[in-house]
Design a binder for this molecule. Structure first.
Ligand code: SAM
Length: 274
């Protein structure tokens, strides 16, 4: 009797297999999976083990480590990233943007903003809506992520209706259209707001310093996955992409106070480049 691959029962990576993936993932995208993440890694990669007809995690690891396995490596890495996000997450940043940054700059001045781990786009679209609501016209919003699947999703601007539970009063009507027929239950960001966000793929572990200089960088809820050495290197590159007097926003659980950086903390999760 034969068992089809689809019927193979799930098995967890061995400790040695886990260490191989742990090292590879950290080297490629900076994400550190601590030892408690063995089951998580297994559950995320198991379907690829089946899909690629690999005997076990080790064989799959060998496949994705070869130059010919680059496409599958990308798939594996995309399965490892955690993409949780929502509109106007950590809304103190949007208040700060409004009250401390926009209100204090000349209206004609170009404002360059980078959402550096944008996931499915809720963060950069929240920025675009905030600027539009304040009638800021001269702006450049770059939004990037290492995961191309989430970037492609972000570009569509289509979300489940309930994803917009945190948008400020009036924004739902002003900036979203409701889906009909097969899109019933979905909403879409209006074209004008969509067109203000430029989505690109950027791996924060790469040398991205030629991207130019920004006035404000959102680097939120991504450093939680990195170890201190990767964070310090990343923050040094971020400092060279931020103009003097520019702002860096991090996630509220991502304090920089133990790291050696060029940023001055102004309030929790808000940093200034002096
Ligand atoms: C939890 S989401 C945060 C989304 C948004 N910034 C927020 O705060 O709601 C983390 C994102 O970081 C991205 N990410 C992880 N490692 C990355 C890397 N090395 N370079 C760029 N993006 C990365 C993931 O793909 C994921 O979309």
């Amino acid at each position: 009797m034969f068992m089809s691959h689809n019927e193979r029962t799930y098995c967890k990576p061995t400790e040695r297999e886990f260490v191989l993936f742990q090292t590879l993932i950290k080297q490629k995208i900076g994400i550190h999976l601590n030892d408690s993440k063995r089951t998580l890694l297994g559950s995320r990669l198991w379907k690829r083990i089946i899909a690629t007809d690999s005997e076990n995690y080790y064989q799959y690891y060998k496949k994705i480590s070869k130059p010919s396995g680059n496409k599958e490596l990308k798939t594996a890495l995309e399965l490892i990233t955690t993409n949780e996000t929502f509109f106007f997450r950590e809304d103190k940043h949007f208040q700060f943007l409004k009250e401390e940054i926009i209100s204090k700059q000349r209206s004609s001045q170009l404002l360059r903003i980078w959402s550096a781990a944008c996931s499915t786009g809720e963060e950069p679209y929240s920025i675009a809506m905030t600027l539009d609501d304040l009638a800021v016209k001269n702006q450049l919003i770059v939004a990037s992520d290492v995961n191309e699947q989430v970037i492609n999703q972000a570009k569509t601007g289509i979300y489940l209706d309930q994803r917009a539970h945190c948008v400020p009063d009036g924004f739902r009507e002003k900036y979203f259209t409701k889906g009909l027929d097969e899109y019933h239950g979905y909403i879409r960001i209006k074209p004008d707001i969509r067109s203000r966000v430029n989505f690109i793929k950027v791996n924060l572990m790469s040398d991205f310093t030629s991207m130019g200089t920004f006035d404000l960088i959102f680097l939120r809820n991504v450093m939680i996955y990195f170890e201190d050495d990767a964070k310090t290197q990343l923050l040094s590159k971020m400092a060279s992409c931020l103009r003097e007097g520019g702002w860096l926003f991090t996630g509220h659980s991502e304090s920089l106070h133990t790291l050696n950086t060029k940023f001055k903390c102004i309030q929790p999760a808000v940093y200034y480049k002096a």
